[in-house]
Design a binder for this molecule. Structure first.
Ligand SMILES: CC(C)(COP(=O)(O)OP(=O)(O)OC[C@H]1O[C@@H](n2cnc3c(N)ncnc32)[C@H](O)[C@@H]1OP(=O)(O)O)[C@@H](O)C(=O)NCCC(=O)NCCS
Length: 180
């Protein structure tokens, strides 16, 4: 892995909006319809630039403001420890910049921020079938210690596929309803 000497990991700035949006829309891929993706990316950009919002971001600048990747993370209350821990929400590197250590550099910076914030653990999810993600994470973390369950709670999120929750046919029937 050769890391670009110009690579800088930094928080996103207002001028990054167009490039950040292109990366985030690519990350969202086909999990949502185009209008839903556009609406969500506008909302998330607002969160990232709002110091009062818990979501934080980092971008990988490969020189002259050209962005190659992004990471988003936030605190999560962890009653087990009685304090917040860090949760890595999104990690994405543009295809042309992969296998050059960009994600590793983003992860390192997220971990440093997590440590500075006093969150004792950083957690994240990875799709079971995401070979690249799992290869990256298997290199830096031990085997996953938990499985993750997810259930939809009601009407579908307009335009979004159920990619982060799974449920058995009959789940709603069990609780006396049907999925709208
Ligand atoms: C997963 C992803 C973030 C990796 O980004 P990256 O910048 O290419 O990762 P790095 O260059 O830091 O890779 C570090 C190591 O991880 C492993 N790795 C990363 N991608 C891999 C792949 N496609 N196949 C096998 N191993 C891989 C390798 O061991 C690699 O080291 P090496 O290149 O010296 O062999 C990128 O492929 C991506 O954005 N994928 C789409 C979004 C995604 O799946 N995000 C993560 C899950 S939410």
């Amino acid at each position: 892995m050769t890391i670009n000497a110009k690579l800088a990991i930094r928080p996103p700035e207002a001028a990054d909006r167009g490039q950040w949006a292109a990366l985030y829309l690519a990350f969202l891929g086909d999990v949502a319809t185009a209008p839903a993706r556009t609406e969500v990316s506008g909302r998330v950009w607002g969160w990232l630039l709002d110091p009062a919002h818990p979501l934080q971001g980092l971008v990988a600048d490969v020189g002259g403001g050209a962005l190659a990747g992004l990471a988003h993370f936030s605190p999560k209350a962890n009653p087990f420890r009685g304090r917040d821990i860090g949760f890595l929400d999104d990690l994405y590197v543009a295809e042309a910049h992969r296998r050059q250590g960009v994600a590793t550099s983003l992860l390192r910076a997220v971990l440093e921020t997590t440590e500075r914030a006093g969150w004792p653990v950083l957690r994240w999810l990875c799709g079971q079938d995401n070979a690249a993600g799992r290869a990256l994470y298997d290199k830096i973390a031990g085997a996953p210690s938990h499985v993750v369950y997810g259930l939809p709670t009601g009407p579908r999120d307009a335009g979004f596929a159920d990619v982060d929750c799974t449920y058995k046919n009959g789940w709603f029937a069990t609780f006396g309803g049907t999925r709208p």
